[in-house]
Structures are given as C-alpha cells and as structure tokens.
Write a protein that binds this ligand. Structure first.
Ligand code: ATP
Ligand code: MG
Length: 230
C-alpha cells in the first residue's frame, strides 16, 4: 500500500539490541498521515536507532512494526523502502557522476530540475569546480566530498522527488553552519507538506514546525506530544 493521508505506522512494544545492549525496549508509537514528527534527545539517546528501525534498515529484536495493520516484516520491505526519502546522518555518496548521485531517487529528472535542486541546496560552487560538470565522477576513490557537500547531495535528492510520501531525516543539517541551515529551512518546509516526516535533530528551532515531538533519553522514549505541551 502506498502511504496516504490516512495511513498509519505503528510500533507495538518494539525493542532493539546491539549485541547484549538493549535499546528502545517496550517502545509504542503511532504516526498517521502527513504528520511531522520531531525526534529529539542527546547524543547516544537512540534517535538514529529509532529512525533505522522505522525505515526498515534495522530489524527489531522484539515487538512489531505495522503499516496500516500489516506487519512490516511480512510486508514487502522493498516496497516500503521505495516509499521513503531517507536522508541518513552520514549520507552515502556512491562512486558515480554527480548527476547519478543527485538522481538516485529520480533517474528521469530533467536537466532544469537538476540544476534547480543544485541551486536550492547550494551546490553550485561545487558544480562550477568540477571539470566535467554533472558528469564528473565523485565519491569513493573519485573526488572526495566534505560532510556538508554529501549532506547537500542527499537533500537535493529529496528536492527532486515529487512522488515519495514518507521523508525520514536523520540530522539532515548537522554538517551545515546555522546560517546555511536557516536559509535551507525555508525551502525544506514546503517540501515536507503532504508527507509523513520523521525528523531527528539536535536543533530545537525545527520543533515548532512539527505536529508531534518524540523525546528520547538513554535509549528510551520518555515523552511524546506536541512541542508546546512538553
Ligand atoms: P547522535 O545524536 O550522536 O547521532 P543517537 O541519538 O542517534 O546519537 P544512536 O546512534 O541511536 O544515538 O545510538 C544509541 C545507542 O546505541 C548508543 O549508546 C550507541 O552507542 C549505541 N549504538 C548505536 N549503533 C550501534 C552499533 N552499531 N553497535 C553497537 N552499539 C550501537
Ligand atoms: Mg544519530
């Protein structure tokens, strides 16, 4: 099933473990439709673990993740992943051209859309430096990028996609300075409309844009509610 305004994603008594170390034990959460959900907590509190569980990149050790009543494990994982725009904490730039990296989710993106996305995320300077422009090979073994540039590429992928209805961000602006972040924020907010958004961040200024905030502490969900009520 494709995510829509009345879809529901539910975690029932979910727990995770890294070897002997248990984390997020007994987690119950429910997300609906086009909610925007902020996920906050100190470093090591479990934000990335929760995000990886939700995106199906980590298996739960116990409990169930259900999508509109269907357990995600039984449900087609590949199908779920195709619905996600997932921007990990350390985005992966694979060895390939800048164009291939940007159009990872949208192989048919037009030249005009690619150039627009480059402008929006501020990769125009990088593009100008590359000898073969969009066709220049980047990533592993080719031209290395900074953490901020990799993050901008991941954001540009999201800007190019008009189809996917679930956005999962893991500190998407952590490698950017605050001025750049605030500029980008204005452009990212419209991108989040009509989508389920799960947004892990350290930066509290995002939270008043969220419908719901999940607070993590030491590997446990400690509060869930609208920001104003926390
Ligand atoms: P940050 O803000 O630094 O990104 P976080 O809230 O995303 O932190 P997680 O990365 O989810 O935190 O980590 C939660 C806990 O799980 C931490 O104690 C961490 O050390 C541990 N952990 C995370 N990944 C692994 C792993 N692959 N193997 C073992 N322990 C892990
Ligand atoms: Mg993290």
């Amino acid at each position: 099933p494709t995510w829509s305004a009345d879809s529901v994603l539910e975690l029932n008594n979910v727990g995770m473990a890294y070897g002997q170390k248990e984390i997020l034990a007994g987690t119950n959460l429910k997300f609906k439709g086009y909610q925007k959900v902020g996920i906050i907590g100190m470093s090591g509190s479990g934000k990335s673990t929760l995000i990886n569980l939700l995106s199906g990149f980590l298996p739960a050790k116990e409990g169930q993740i259900k999508l509109a009543g269907q357990e995600v494990a039984n449900f087609d994982q590949a199908d779920w992943k195709k619905q996600l725009l997932y921007i990990p904490q350390n985005p992966y730039v694979f060895e390939g051209s800048l164009r291939e990296n940007l159009t990872f989710y949208t192989p048919n993106a037009s030249e005009a859309d690619i150039l627009e996305a480059i402008k929006v995320v501020g990769l125009d300077e990088l593009l100008a430096e590359l000898p073969q422009g969009l066709e220049t090979k980047i990533g592993n073994g080719a031209r290395a990028l900074s953490g901020g540039q990799a993050q901008r590429i991941a954001l540009a992928r999201a800007f190019l996609d008009k189809q996917r209805r679930v956005m999962i961000f893991d500190e998407p602006t952590a490698h950017l300075d605050i001025e750049t972040e605030l500029e980008l924020k204005e452009k990212m907010l419209p991108l989040m409309a009509n989508r389920l958004v799960l947004f892990a961040t350290h930066r509290l200024h995002w939270l008043n844009q969220m419908d719901l905030v999940v607070v993590l502490n030491e590997g446990q969900v400690v509060e869930v509610g609208p920001y104003a009520e926390l």
